[in-house]
Design a protein around this ligand. Sequence first.
Ligand SMILES: Cc1ncc(C[n+]2csc(CCOP(=O)(O)OP(=O)(O)O)c2C)c(N)n1
Ligand SMILES: CC(=O)[C@@H](O)[C@H](O)COP(=O)(O)O
Ligand SMILES: [Mg+2]
Length: 623
Amino acid sequence: MIETINSPSDLKKLKLKDLSNLANEIRQLIIETVSKNGGHLASSLGAVELTLALHYVFNTPKDKIVWDVGHQTYAHKIITGRRDQFKTLRTYGGISGFPKITESEYDTFNVGHASTAISAALGMTTAKDLLNTKEKIIAVIGDGALTSGITFEALNNSGELDKDLIVVLNDNKMSISKSLGAISTYLTKRLTGPTYNTLRKEIEKAIKGFPVLNEPALKLAKKIEESFKFFSPGLLFEEFGFKYFGPVDGENIEDLVTIFENVKNLRGPIFVHILTKKGKGYKYAEENPSKFHGIGPFDISTGQILEKSATQSYSSVFGESVINIMQDNPKVVAISAAMLIGTGLEKAKNIFPDRVFDVGIAEQHAVTFAGGLAISGMKPIVAIYSTFLQRSYDQIIHDIALQKLNVVFAIDRAGIVGDDGETHQGIFDVSYLNLVPNMIITAPKDATELDALLKFAINGNFGPFAIRYPRGESVNFGDEFIDTIEFGKWQVLNASDANDICIIAYGNCIKYAMQALEELKSNGINPHIINARFIKPFDTKMFSDILNTFNNIIIMEENTYIGSLGQTLIYHAYLNSNGKYPKIKHIALPDAFIEQGDSEFLRHKYFLSKDNLIETIYNLLKK
Ligand SMILES: Cc1ncc(C[n+]2csc(CCOP(=O)(O)OP(=O)(O)O)c2C)c(N)n1
Ligand SMILES: CC(=O)[C@@H](O)[C@H](O)COP(=O)(O)O
Ligand SMILES: [Mg+2]
């Protein structure tokens, strides 16, 4: 059947009862594709019926579905004309893992970061009224994303604006890990409370008594429900000005189609609460939805991940380091914003349940919460991915840096992250932190240095202290490259008497510099190599010596060039050398959003590989 679906209009030709079979075929295609390419399996499997029902009832693309995060949209992609390209999911030049307006007219808003759907949908429905157009706007948000501050700002504003907006809450009781916090507890408690369930059964009986489930019938049923609303999970949303419907079995397409048919022409803000299962239809994902939230290639028959690396990831090195630090210092606490697993803090949470906090998808709160802890004498470590920390910019400036509070920012996934693409590349953090007074920015060259920098940061009282490190496998350069960390000082990794080339790099790029060294030496070139682990403040003394010694300087970094270390150094060189300074080549990312693709491929494309470095050096020395 799946072969016949080239757009939602083909879907509408099917009988309602056939949609379940189609859902199974779609699941099969999703599982097969993700098993090869990796991707967000569990969320997409849980949203197949929801997707079919929405496209069956609404008139997309005229009507607009606004997905939150967008990691659950694989079925949406398959039925909106992208079935055949779906095999290219998350590959370079292929189908994105998230909705993208440039990819399809059915993708209404670019996503990847959580909790934007209701705001964007409210904007669209407001524009619709101003422009006097007639489409329906439907926001689909998960229970994890629901808990974020921006969602509540949008709910608050929705009640005020009173627009025709449909919000669908896809409640599977899971964020990446289990959904936590008062909102989640509230929803669960209400749904499982005995009073509510008895009353609900009565209401269902009453609804079944109506010959046709039309609007007046629904109104009456709603009236009955309203009188019991104190017990319903809808109370909260009703107070925000929404009409609440649900909860509906989100795996039952007929129920979903019925509810969407019934609400689609209602006026004002509508809230439809559906219950789904993350990982639905694939045993291993149902059993372990966290593992299959975002997964690399795996064996379908066993659920085992293929190509398991023997090398520890930086996140895991960080997690172990945090445990050691917490064991030694009772004032240290750690904070994650819904990413305990991704940031490597899960083990620490098990050992120190009272000192490791998962605050939910709430990066802004995470940072100010850390501020409160720091001003009270604690030593918080806030572990957030580079891309998600963008959410906390004012909190970093206003709540932390301004007061010079001792908060350690563990910035994971810094640099190119690969297959998640534009929304997730961690390529701006050096720039956005560089311009914040009091902010210290560092990057370790390897796993040992990550541990050392964390201890250094915790043991000092430096104010805000950022440590950025990349996604994926860590490296270690060995004992000969371990030295004592000194505040603001760089490290010489390869000392050269020849004054022709000096490479200044940090973090991931050190790996490429050291790899290049071997080949360069065999060709008689011996570059001076600097580990610029302090990006801010940088080592002015060493940099001045370099300016006075070397004919060519290469600065290499995995960050956008604007606001980068390279830009700071070039500016410094210009101002302090009376116009006489060596030739400087800056290898950094362009002023652009970096697309999805294999990380190493992208590094090569953007001249951030060993080979590119070698080529750059040969070219410099030729001239
Ligand atoms: C701002 C931001 N923080 C963190 C994430 C990482 N993240 C992606 S999906 C997700 C969980 C979302 O849970 P939910 O909305 O319930 O969707 P589900 O996966 O359960 O369908 C998280 C934390 C993100 N994408 N954006
Ligand atoms: C959708 C989302 O934002 C996360 O699931 C993200 O894709 C996780 O990235 P990692 O795989 O790098 O942990
Ligand atoms: Mg969820």
